[in-house]
Design a protein around this ligand. Structure first.
Ligand code: 2RA
Length: 330
């Protein structure tokens, strides 16, 4: 398959190339795409050297699939152009996620909604993906009423500039700021910009995308998204109230049997998920499972995942794998 990676030189783009290789996705021709300043750069993939091309050149090459991680503006302008050329686009930006004509997909949960008519498919936000990966099977069994989630998000979600800011602050040198404030020895209760309702875009993604992926607008969600000086992945403290009661043993069993979810939950041995151990892995790690004793039918969970892998690159490629396996769109 002819596969374009749009944003190939960015953090997620580089991991998409790595995951494509790791999972032996059937790439017969790679088209690395980036902004004008990176055109002509060489990148290696599966032992072969490729030259980065422009968006215009890439569209004309008519790839079967284009994996986008190049920001919302580029997606809004260029995803339709690739789609018109017959390419199936899987986009990591927020540009298309809430478009009612576009599918928002976590393959383990709702890949079955995909059809050959879907030429632009949206990859959910990283913090949404890891949360619904754990909650979807529980929703199926116990029907979620309300979710309260607090996130502790890696600076890699912001990008290279944020990683550099932390490194500089740790080394005690001044440099370019990705955030308004120091992130070293700090926690910033703002991920993305604020909306009129006082929530950030990141917090409202957790609300809106969760309802869309689970196809249930009756699910109440409220979120607080916090940036922390961590690189391995996002962590989330989730309090979830169900319509029906549950047994903790059954909850654990359901999660253990959920593909893509790994339980790390043994407080006697001080075993629980942490970003340090989730980094570079594709699973979503769940622990600290305990009943919320303050109200009925309510559970507390701690959910950790590498936001650049299952939260972005791997989920995107799993959508592509589903399309290929089910011969959808090409
Ligand atoms: C973040 N989820 O962590 C957003 C974008 N990747 O900043």
């Amino acid at each position: 398959m002819k596969v374009a990676v749009v944003g190939a030189t960015g953090m997620v783009g580089e991991i998409m190339l790595q995951v494509l290789e790791e999972r032996n996705f059937p790439v017969t021709e790679l088209i690395p795409v980036a902004s004008e300043k990176s055109v002509g750069k060489k990148i290696s993939f599966k032992g072969q050297e490729y030259t980065v091309v422009s968006l215009e050149t890439a569209v004309a090459m008519k790839p079967h699939i284009a994996l986008f991680s190049a920001g919302g503006g580029t997606s809004l302008e260029w995803a339709p152009k690739f789609a018109e050329a017959g390419t199936t686009v899987i986009d990591n930006s927020s540009a298309w996620r809430m478009d009612p004509t576009k599918k928002l997909v976590v393959p383990e949960i709702n890949a079955q909604v995909l059809t050959a008519a879907d030429k632009i498919i949206a990859n959910p936000n990283c913090s949404t993906i890891q949360m619904v990966m754990a909650l979807a099977p529980l929703h199926k069994k116990y029907q979620i009423k309300r979710i309260v989630v607090s996130t502790y998000q890696s600076i890699t979600g912001t990008g290279v500039k944020a990683v550099k800011q932390l490194e500089n602050e740790f080394a005690g040198i001044s440099g370019e700021m990705a955030y308004k404030y120091q992130i070293h020895k700090n926690a910033i209760p703002q991920c993305d910009v604020f909306e009129d309702n006082g929530y950030t875009k990141e917090e409202m993604k957790l609300v809106r995308e969760t309802q869309k992926i689970l196809s249930d607008n009756s699910i109440a969600v409220t979120a607080t998204a916090v940036r922390v000086p961590v690189v391995g992945g996002h962590s989330e403290a989730v309090n979830v109230a169900f319509e029906n009661d549950f047994e903790l043993a059954d909850v654990r069993k359901i999660l253990e049997q959920t593909p893509g979810v790994t339980l790390v939950d043994n407080i006697q041995e001080f075993e629980y998920p942490m970003p340090l151990f989730a980094q570079h892995k594709d699973d979503v790690f769940v622990g600290r499972i305990r009943r919320d004793e303050s109200q009925p039918n309510t559970l507390n969970l701690w959910i950790v995942a590498d936001n650049l892998r299952k939260g972005a690159a791997t989920n995107t490629i799993q959508i592509a794998e589903y399309l290929v396996a089910h011969k959808i769109g090409f």
